[in-house]
Design a protein around this ligand. Sequence first.
Ligand code: GLU
Length: 460
Amino acid sequence: MTLSVRVEQSNEVTAKNYVNEVFETVKKRNPNETEFHQAVEEIFQSLIPVFAKQPKYMEAGILERMVEPERQIIFRVPWVDDQGKAQINRGYRIQYSSAIGPYKGGIRFHPSVNISIIKFLGFEQILKNSLTGQPIGGGKGGSDFDPKGKSDNEIMRFCQSFMTELFRHIGPDVDVPAGDIGVGGREVGYMFGQYKRLRGAYEAGVLTGKGVGYGGSLARTEATGYGTVYFVNEMLKDKGMSFEDQTVVVSGSGNVAIYAIEKATQFGAKVVACSDSNGYIYDKNGINLDTVKRIKEVERKRISEYVKEHPESEYYEGCTGIWSIPCDIALPCATQNEINEESANILVKNGVKAIGEGANMPSTLEAIDVFLNNNILFGPAKAANAGGVAVSALEMAQNSARLSWTFEEVDAKLHQIMINIYQQSVKASEEYGYSGNLVVGANIAGFLKVADAMMFQGLV
Ligand code: GLU
């Protein structure tokens, strides 16, 4: 990946050599972890200008330390299915960095989960959480458990077994998990119930994304999707544009996608498509969000059901085709590597103006290069989707204070946080000579806060 990073001056050459050396060690120490290598490569390349300008971070070995998780926990998760058969899954919790606060990050339940996926998510989470301006470190967890097609009782038994091991490693001041793909309010509820039972105490701040009736924050459900749209809105505003009358394509139909669609529509855009892991729907008049919410949040069915109720819309099998729909703004809100170089080129050819990453690492390194080289406004995930974890931190604050803020209060704070993240990223990109490159800007801004905390705290 080039990220258009120039290597001209000698201190830049030294910095580049340092980064490459550390990257080689990462690859050797973590063989075959392709997603992890991808996330590391993007971040490392972005940081070359920092090491060139401030060699003190290089001398203190900050990069080597930051990329090595403080603790990696892998455990067996046994549970019994509805047929009475024993099932075994693998559970993970990577406690990556506690430099600026307790480990914080979601839990993902998906058959694709492995150590590489959890580590890429955990490493990104360090910088994302730092960007929010909230006192939260980085962590991530999950399991290769597939919630699709499981009964409510099976989900509960799995969550209870998962927490029976995890509870000894977490706590409101230690590590605070939340949701991610496959983990929403229902799963967080079951995990919280089991944690409470095992601990024998009501420690509300141990998990975020809880139901609002028992310690959850208003606007947490909406936060990631809303935040992504707030972020893209800032990018557009800077160029004299807005969401008004723009055609938008949103991939996914989970929590992030649904609330990105909602806020983009409130801002006057027409969202014409969304998807799930089987295929996508295209509704040229604008998709009906109430139908999508009911199918996905209540009935937990496939997105293909949508066309039965909206005969004017179309359904297509497969996920990548969604990027061939002409649009002004694309919001990938499904999963990692959903936009490759080819899809990026099609989006550019069709005149896309802005990309906002609602999912984690949805664009491949080659796709990012396509967007940057074509001067497309590009909001990278760790900046654009930080609204979710930001409101998680607000949930922790409310739990500690034993009070709850109104929806409007939390939403206003979220909005301001997204504006701050945008401004910090722009400022860092300018200060380090990569004006307009928010990938570099967000990585540098997120990194500096964590790196400085590590310098103050000594070699730990
Ligand atoms: N899973 C979300 C993320 O990727 C939210 C994490 C949290 O709220 O802790 O940032």
